[in-house]
Design a protein. Structure first.
Length: 202
């Protein structure tokens, strides 16, 4: 079945995107804490130099990133790629290949891990951006991995609470909410209805 073009946005510098991908049915993307940690380490290597991360969530069989693609100097990508879009796609591909090789070697398996071409959706406007942050931060509760928003270590919500070095650009996101107190308050207000967001994408 052809992929809806909405899920195959072209990356453009200065714009925000929701990127997500999942495994083949029955496979796990992560099996233990080391697997999660390594994926984040490789995200720092391959992706973080080129994006401003707004939120993320890693689940046993899929992940979500929400970021803004930074402006790129021509020399960063032009030697090998014809556009910033192709460059960032390659960086994501490197992340996925690295993680697949790691999981195959560690767990003595073969073949692909991800089930499809990764999806990416442009996120336009502050209100849409805030809803995306809610959606990603509530994702582990939606999938019954935890029943609390704040106790899941592989969601960026944890980074906002602990005010510790991490992947997200806290200041940008907190500005959308008017500060940490309101960030927490508005997240709590989503508990009963966040699943009704029009952009359920899984």
């Amino acid at each position: 079945m052809p992929i809806n073009p909405r899920y195959l946005a072209t990356f453009e510098c200065g714009k925000k995107y929701h990127v997500f991908n999942r495994t083949h049915k029955g496979l796990l993307l992560f099996k233990d804490d080391d697997d999660y940690s390594r994926f984040l380490e490789k995200t720092v290597k391959y992706i973080l130099p080129y994006v401003e991360m707004h939120s993320f969530s890693l689940l046993p069989n899929h992940f979500h990133f929400f970021f803004e693609f930074k402006e790129l100097a021509l020399e960063v990508y032009s030697k090998e790629f014809s556009s910033p879009h192709k460059f960032l796609c390659e960086q994501l591909r490197c992340l996925f290949i690295s993680h697949t090789k790691y999981m195959n070697e560690k767990y003595d398996r073969h073949g692909g891990l991800f089930s499809r071409t990764f999806r990416r959706i442009e996120v336009d406007g502050i209100e849409y951006a805030k809803q995306m942050v809610f959606y990603i931060h509530w994702n582990h509760v939606h999938h019954d991995i935890s029943n609390k928003l704040e106790d899941y270590p592989y969601s960026s919500y944890y980074e906002f609470l602990c005010d510790c070095p991490g992947l997200v650009k806290r200041e940008t996101v907190l500005e959308w909410f008017g500060g940490l107190e309101n960030f927490i308050k508005e997240h709590k207000e989503q508990e009963s209805h966040y699943l009704n967001f029009k952009f359920r994408m899984e």
